[in-house]
Every structure is written in structure tokens, then in C-alpha cells.
Design a protein around this ligand. Sequence first.
Ligand SMILES: Cc1cc2nc3c(=O)[nH]c(=O)nc-3n(C[C@H](O)[C@H](O)[C@H](O)COP(=O)(O)O)c2cc1C
Length: 468
Amino acid sequence: MSENTDIGHGFVPSGQLQLGVFFQGVNSGTVWKAPESGSQTDFESFRQLAQTAERGLFAAFFLGEGLRLREHQGRPHALDVAGRPDAQTMLAALAAVTNKIGLVATQNTTYNDPAHLAHRLASLDLISGGRAAWNVVTTDNAWTGANFRRGGYLDHADRYVHAEAFVQTAKRIWDSWEAEAISASETAATWSAPDSIRPVQHTGAHYTVDYEPRLPRTAQHRPVLFQAGDSPEGRDFAARQADVIFSAHPGLDAALIFRRDIVARTVAAGRGANEVQIMPASEFILAATPQEAREKQAWVRSLQIGPEQAIAYLEQFWGRELSGYDPDGPLPDIDPVVEETSETRGSGFHGAKARQLADQWRAEALDKGLSIRQFVSGKTSRADATFSGSYTEIADLLARYAAVGAVDGFNISPWLIPTGLDDIVNHLVPELQARGVYPTDYVGTTLREHLGLPLPQRAESSATLSHA
Ligand SMILES: Cc1cc2nc3c(=O)[nH]c(=O)nc-3n(C[C@H](O)[C@H](O)[C@H](O)COP(=O)(O)O)c2cc1C
């Protein structure tokens, strides 16, 4: 790790970590071939994971959003786990079988409408006693738009302009009832105090809102805002609007660079250096000894990236069928299909860079003597996000993150559902507590309290964004 751990701008490391668990649903990293693998859709899997996380004093239980199955060569990706019940419905059910853990729904701003989504999230916040959060995403998946009447629309930059107006409108909806709006006493003339509920109006390019908000403030005033999206526009948006970033930079050096960047953007946006917290996506493969952990990681990887998965991974980049290639042989000598796709269609691999990347990857694999399977094992997004080692080794490493303030915690994607958190809660959490970097109890009842976030200020008027 580099020696320079200074973040600048008066940022002060809290010295503490929080944990979240990300039940991914549709994805390729959850092992479904192990004997212990359970259902991705039964409520029982969600309940078990959420209650295990709560036993481990986790701050938050996350659900992702994918409004369409992931596709591969024009068909649903048959190697992925799939399913994903509606996040808010699932979290409302989990609110009834948990007491403290935060409940985070990933929901996109591109295809939803603000008044509707704000009301549903406020409902989750009320039902859960102030434990709701919204992970704001703009959604880059090419295929999502085809579900909706609007189809694929909005360029990347416009998505964030739209997202900002959306979030500001939602905040104004959540702030629209005064704290004392409900009088409801025997002596009161009216149930709600006169003039205590403000209407919210917004006129923009994509929707017009003229709304009388229907719910009072919640125990934590309004849902906590997470954000996930890594472009400069996404980072600036988070710096202005979010409480916590669900980041894609778990390695220590990368996390420090990301922290510096976010702190600079947050301060430039007129907020305090410590105002936006960071929790990167991560995977933990742990055991009692380093040797056992190495063996376990090799086994997990063999299930995550079997021969078919390795070929399918390359097919996404090559844009063509590669089933004739040997997964234990060298990378394909054939060139990728170069196909120009519009940015509005999303994250699909953009043709212009395909040949360049294929050349680079072939050279890298040749240089390191790697087969397709070995190469892909080191390339998937999980490869950089994996913490593997003995409980004590990893606890020492995480304590270092806390000391330098690289992150505020980790959002863990279990590789096994529903028992994937058991060893973390039973063995890693006590090691972190022993090092003084992890809570020994929940400090309050709301998610805002678990994360040490202050009650929010009233939202600003969105008049300046009336074009969005
Ligand atoms: C860690 C992380 C998690 C994400 N989770 C989701 C998700 O569950 N659903 C979704 O539609 N997009 C998700 N996104 C994608 C964002 O919505 C966004 O569309 C994408 O990152 C492109 O924006 P960007 O160019 O600003 O990164 C996630 C992004 C990151 C970095």
C-alpha cells in the first residue's frame, strides 16, 4: 500500500466500520452448484440472511434492482442465478421479521416517477420504524428500457440531470409535512395542523409533479440515500445528494484514491469532508487458517467460473459464439465482432474498443501463461473485490482500512445463499470487535443512527432545476 494516507480537506477517519449485505439476485457470482446452495427467490432465504446479518449487527440489508433478466446473445443468461422479487415488497416483509437492520432498496431514477417512488419509500420507512434507504441508480442496462413505454431513452449525462431533479423532488416530498403536522388530540379542532402540509410542484422535461404528499415524517425524517454509479457525473451527483456511496473500489489503494476524489467533490459541492460515507462492494472467502482459505477460494472460483461461464464471459466481449474454444486453452485467436451500439442502449460492450481489448487480453494471457478459465477468474468484477484469508488476517486488514479512513464499511455480496454470512458473523465480527473497529451493539433504532448520520436539513427548492 502507498504510504500517503492523507485525505485532505479536513477529513477525519472515524476509525470505525459498518457492514452491509447485498443479496444480489440476478448475477453470476452466487454459487448455485454447491450442495448448500438455497433458493434465490423463497422468502425463507431472505429472512435467514437478514436475521443472520442482524445477529452480526450489520447496518444494512441491500437489494439490487434489475428490471429485466440479464441477457447473453439475445437470450436470458442461463448460467446466472435469476429471480429478484420486487425490492420494496421484499423489504416490507423483512421489516416484520427484523428489528434494527437498515433495509435498502435499489431503485432507478430513469424509469420510475418521483412522487410514486417517494411515497413507496416513505411507506417502507414508516413500516420499518425509520430503517429504510434508497440506493439511487440511473440504470445503464441496454435491455431495461424495452420493458417500459419510454423504451431506451436518455443519454448518460442526461440520466444524471434527470436523477438530480428526481431526488430533489423526492426530498421535498419527504420534507413536506412539518414535524408537528399531526395534532390529533381530543382538544384539537382539526386532525392535522393547518398549513402544515406543503404541496410539491415540479415541471420538467420528462414529468410534471403537482402533489399533496400523503405521509408524515418518519422516525429518521426521511429514507437514507445511497448512490451507486461511478462516472464523474455519478460521483458529483453523489457528492451533492447522497449520504452513502455504494462504491466499486474495495482494494485499499483504490479505496483511498476514491475517498480523496469523493471528499474533494463533496467539499466542492459545499458539504463537509465527512458528510458522504463510502461502502464498497466486496466478497469474503474466509477460513480458520490462510491455507484453508486458499483452498476454499479455489473451490469457490471453480464453481463461479466453470468452463461454460469462462467461455460465456469472453463471448460478452467478443460479441460472438466461442463455444468451439477450449476453456483450458489459450484465448480465442479470432477477432471480436465490431458493432457500434448507441450509448443510450447502455453498458453493452462498445465495438470500437473490442479489438484493442482483445489484443491486450491475448498478450496478457500469453505473457502470464494463462488459459481462458484462469484468465477469466482474475478478470471478473469479483476478482478485485475478494477478501480471502484467515479471520485474523482479514480482521487486521480491515482494521487498517478503518484507521486510515479508506472506507466507512463494506457491502458484502455472499457467494452462497442463504448461509454465506454465517462465518463472517460467527468469526470475523468478533475479531473486528476485539480490534475496536466494529460496533458491539446497535446504537439506536433507525438506520440514520446506525450510520451516525444527522437528521437532514430541509430540502432546497428545485426551482433551478425546473428544466430537468
Ligand atoms: C456498486 C454498484 C452497484 C450497482 N447496482 C445497480 C443495480 O442494482 N441496479 C441497476 O440498475 N444499476 C446498478 N448500478 C449501475 C448504475 O445504475 C449506473 O447505471 C451505472 O453504474 C452507470 O453509471 P455510471 O456511468 O455513473 O457508473 C450499480 C453500480 C455500481 C457501481
